[in-house]
Design a protein. Structure first.
Length: 388
């Protein structure tokens, strides 16, 4: 294809340029399993060794970078990693002993745990802070602040921060603003457009989209930073496998339409919950009464498939889980099927008792692609059956 850059998001997801065309003319790219490649002369070949580069991984890395708005994605591709946490870990490599990092309080429990245990032990100061309190954030920033870390929206409280404002605050120092955009994907928020320097994803979620592949990805705008992250990816070695690369590339083909339907379903479910006498509070960016709705309108193309809420005291929580049929009680998110979980006891259990603990009674739903009437009816009957 001549110039895939000029096309819209869905077209680019399908037609971003590969580096070479298949000899057999495959319409869909094959999975390249070889771990080593022929050299024309010693040390000279386009592909060299599977950990350093692989055509299946590279195609995904190019397509994702293109979707995030990187014009020269041929040179400045994304980095596909073995998991979302290995994506977190190569970004964290940027902070050296004596540096400090600032993280929003409500992030994924694994990220909290990684920074508060592993990164602190390396001699990096780690501070958690509510990024909506701009004064508190500014007080923590200084010339030693390497990273400011945000989730957009946050897991599990669905908080949204004004990325543009935060980037202006953070960039008064030479700090990189990192956004974990696992919940949004580039089909909802292209964080570079709002001043973010490094974007990361757990591709295990919406990008893979079918709860059958583990992976992560990092994208950055700056070419020097790209070189440094490439070193950590390739020499650290936690790269995405060819098969997972194939699955996430396939995930990108349908990501746009899936995000649209996830968002439509989640919005309708959020409206139902918001009107229910059995629910105390619903946290969904698309609701007009949601505290960050204005920010959502500014930086989200869709409001996404994730929501969280608090049950009313009149509901027996255990009975409620057990009465649900279509929502499976399980961690993870972003798959075609609806999942429900209690973050305090499940995804965020390691953060219990820390400053980044999840609220004890918050419930999170990843709204799937089932018929929304069925999802609402299942929710309605479970709530009615679990009155105390
Ligand atoms: C927002 C967010 N970031 C990162 C991760 C970690 O990703 P993975 O489980 O693929 O390592 C998760 C996992 O749930 C997540 O929800």
């Amino acid at each position: 294809m001549a110039d895939s850059k000029k096309y819209g998001m869905n077209t680019r997801a399908l037609h971003t340029n590969k580096r070479f065309e298949s000899l057999s003319g495959d319409v869909m790219p094959p999975i390249h399993l070889s771990t080593t490649y022929l050299n024309d002369i010693p040390g000279e070949s386009d592909y060299f060794y599977g950990r350093l580069n692989n055509p299946s991984r590279e195609l995904f890395e190019r397509t994702l970078a293109s979707l995030e708005g990187i014009e020269n994605y041929e040179d400045q591709h994304a980095f596909a990693m073995a998991s979302g946490m290995s994506a977190v870990s190569i970004i964290a490599e940027l902070a050296k002993p004596g540096d400090n990092v600032v993280i929003t309080k409500d992030v994924y429990g694994g990220t909290t745990n990684y920074f508060s245990k592993i990164i602190r032990e390396r001699g990096v100061e780690v501070n958690f802070c509510d990024f909506s309190d701009h004064e508190a954030l500014e007080k923590l920033l200084n010339e030693k602040t390497k990273l400011a870390w945000i989730e957009s929206p946050s897991n599990p409280s669905m908080n949204l921060y004004d990325l543009q404002k935060i980037s202006e605050i953070v960039h008064k120092n030479k700090t990189f603003l990192v956004a974990d955009c696992t919940f949004s994907t580039p089909f909802i928020t292209r964080a570079f457009e709002h001043g973010v320097d490094i974007i990361m994803h757990s591709t295990t979620k919406y990008i893979g989209g079918h709860s059958d592949t583990l992976g992560g990805a990092v994208v950055c705008k700056d070419s020097e930073l790209h070189e440094e992250l490439m070193l950590y990816q390739r020499q650290g070695g936690a790269v995405m496998s060819p098969f997972d690369s194939y699955l996430v590339q396939r995930g990108l083909y349908t990501l746009g339409p899936r995000i649209k339907l996830h968002s439509e379903n989640a919005h309708k479910l959020a409206e139902y919950l918001d009107n229910s006498e059995f629910i105390k509070e619903v946290r969904y960016p698309g609701l007009e009464n949601y505290q960050n709705h204005e920010i959502a309108v500014k930086q989200m193309d869709y409001f996404g498939g994730m929501l969280s809420f608090y049950l009313h005291e009149s509901i027996n929580q255990e009975k409620f889980w057990k009465s649900l049929d279509l929502y499976k009680l399980a961690v993870s998110l972003g798959g075609v099927e609806s999942l429900i979980e209690l973050p305090y006891l499940m995804t965020h259990d390691k953060a219990q008792g820390t400053e980044a603990s999840a609220p004890i009674d918050l419930i999170r739903i990843s709204v799937g692609l089932e018929n929304i009437e069925d999802l609402i009816e299942d929710m309605d009957s479970a709530l009615n059956e679990s009155k105390k």
